[in-house]
Every structure is written in structure tokens, then in C-alpha cells.
Design a protein around this ligand. Structure first.
Ligand SMILES: Nc1ncnc2c1ncn2[C@@H]1O[C@H](COP(=O)(O)OP(=O)(O)OP(=O)(O)O)[C@@H](O)[C@H]1O
Ligand SMILES: [Mg+2]
Length: 245
């Protein structure tokens, strides 16, 4: 579904992503892990067109994404959330979702699609992320965890085939983290969305991913099943710094 081939990105001579290649298959829940500064967010920004790669390419459904602007990448079926919150803090939850839908509808109009009213779509998305009771709350007043839920609704508004989530549970309490993991896995399974995510919480990664890629100094040192990654000696040495049991 998503193929990343030989991506490299340097910032003033510093290589943040180094010839990275990986394949994300349809229906995968694919985690990208690596220490702080390993290049995870940079890799995501290269995939979504927020950064331009020095070399390499990204293909979605076997079509080249490389060189497309972020909005064009979204139109091809790739949704994302950011490591830092990116909702409109002074607008209500409802208005935030409305804007995401308007942005999407400006880009595509299909007369054969059943006409579902926008209000209905907003209500459904809020229900999906369990924010139906907060519809009229100003987004900036939501708890951090709930703002992340709203971000998820905004990403889902584009009806993505592949969803990229950069540290979806960062900054959450253990309770929020658990709720959020359940919510994300339910949504991707229900909607048949393929998920590529980064996360520092290893319990979460090994708990939900069926595929894990490990980045170290921008390079992919492993991309395999969770068991194989756990057993991988370079991952143990380089990333974990010690053998695992
Ligand atoms: N715009 C930029 N200009 C210069 N250096 C950058 C830029 N963006 C990222 N870097 C550097 O590239 C490296 C990779 O950063 P990146 O944010 O991709 O790491 P990360 O794996 O997402 O880290 P974290 O786990 O802390 O989120 C870091 O050393 C960072 O300082
Ligand atoms: Mg990051």
C-alpha cells in the first residue's frame, strides 16, 4: 500500500533520515520506533510532503507521492496527525470538524456519492472518536487527551486509506493512553484503515503493531514482525542498549 524507497533528508549537512526504505502493507498496524532524534517525525514529514526529500521516493497504491504538496498527498488517501496538537483552539469541536470536511469537499466532488448531510458526517466523526458530548466545547479547553481525539477526527475527515499518527499518546496520562490505544485500534479495524505510527511507549507499540520498523540515526536497522524485532541483535544493542529477555 505504502512504499518508501531510499529516502534521505539532510539539514545543513546533518543526515536526519538516511536512505530509509520500508513497506507498509494494506491493513497493517505498523509502528516506527527509535530513540529521540532518530528521524521518525522527519520520515513522516517526508511521506506527507511537509518536507522534500534529497533523494528517494514514496509510493501510495503504486503511485508516486514524492514531490506532491501536503494537500495533494491527503487527496491521494493519506491522513495524518502531528506530534504537537494541531486543532483550532478557539473554535468549537464541531467547527473544527466542519472545517476539515469543508477542506475535503473543496477538493473532491463526486455526484454519485450518496448525499450525507454535513451535520450528519460531523456527528458521525465525533461519535467515532467519542467526542459527541463535547461538540460545543471550545477545542482549546479540552483536556490534552481529548484534543488528540479531536485531531484523530480531523485526520479521519479526509477518509484516508493510510493514517499516519506521530506519537498519538504522547503527553497522556496512563488512563488516557489506554483509552486512546483502544480507540485507535478499533477505528483502524472498523474502517479498514492502514496505520503507520510512531510511539515511545513500547507497551503500546508491541501491544498493537503487527509490524515494527526501527530507526537509528535516521537509518532503518530493522523492519519486521514484533517478535523478530524483539530478537534482533542490532535492535537490542543499538536501540535498547542492552540485551532483552
Ligand atoms: N527542520 C530541521 N532543521 C534542522 N534539524 C532538524 C530539523 N528537523 C529535525 N531535525 C533534526 O533531525 C533529527 C531527527 O529529528 P526528528 O524530529 O525526526 O526525530 P524523532 O525521531 O521524531 O524524535 P522524537 O522522538 O524526539 O520525536 C534530530 O536531530 C533533529 O534535531
Ligand atoms: Mg518526533
Amino acid at each position: 500500500m505504502l512504499e518508501i524507497k531510499g529516502l534521505t533528508k539532510t539539514f545543513s549537512g546533518f543526515t536526519a533520515v538516511d536512505n530509509a526504505s520500508l513497506i507498509v502493507k494494506k491493513g497493517d498496524i505498523h509502528g516506527v520506533i527509535g530513540p529521540n532524534g532518530a528521524g521518525k517525525s522527519t520520515l513522516f514529514n517526508l511521506i506527507t510532503g511537509h518536507l522534500i526529500a534529497d533523494t528517494g521516493e514514496v509510493r501510495l497504491h503504486d503511485k508516486r507521492l514524492t514531490g506532491l504538496a501536503p494537500h495533494a498527498v491527503v487527496r491521494r488517501g493519506l491522513g495524518r496527525s502531528f506530534q504537537r496538537i494541531s486543532v483550532f483552539p478557539r473554535m468549537t469541536v464541531w467547527e473544527n470538524v466542519q472545517i476539515a470536511l469543508v477542506a475535503k469537499d473543496q477538493q473532491e466532488f463526486c455526484f454519485w456519492k450518496p448525499l450525507v448531510s454535513q451535520n450528519e458526517q460531523i456527528a458521525r466523526l465525533l461519535e467515532t472518536v467519542r467526542l459527541e458530548d463535547e461538540a460545543q466545547v471550545v477545542a482549546g479547553e479540552l483536556s490534552y487527551g481529548r484534543q488528540k481525539q479531536l485531531e484523530l477526527a480531523l485526520a479521519l475527515a479526509g477518509e484516508p486509506h493510510v493514517l499516519l499518527l506521530d506519537e498519538p499518546t504522547a503527553g497522556m496520562s496512563p488512563r488516557e493512553t489506554e483509552d486512546s490505544i483502544l480507540l485507535i485500534t478499533r477505528i483502524v479495524k472498523d474502517r479498514g484503515v492502514t496505520l503507520l505510527f510512531t510511539e515511545h511507549d513500547m507497551n503500546m507499540v508491541f501491544g498493537i503493531a503487527n509490524r515494527i520498523t526501527v530507526l537509528h540515526h535516521g537509518a532503518v536497522i530493522a523492519s519486521d514482525s514484533p517478535d523478530a524485532v524483539r530478537e534482533n541483535s542490532s535492535v537490542q544493542e543499538v536501540y535498547l542498549g542492552r540485551p532483552t529477555h
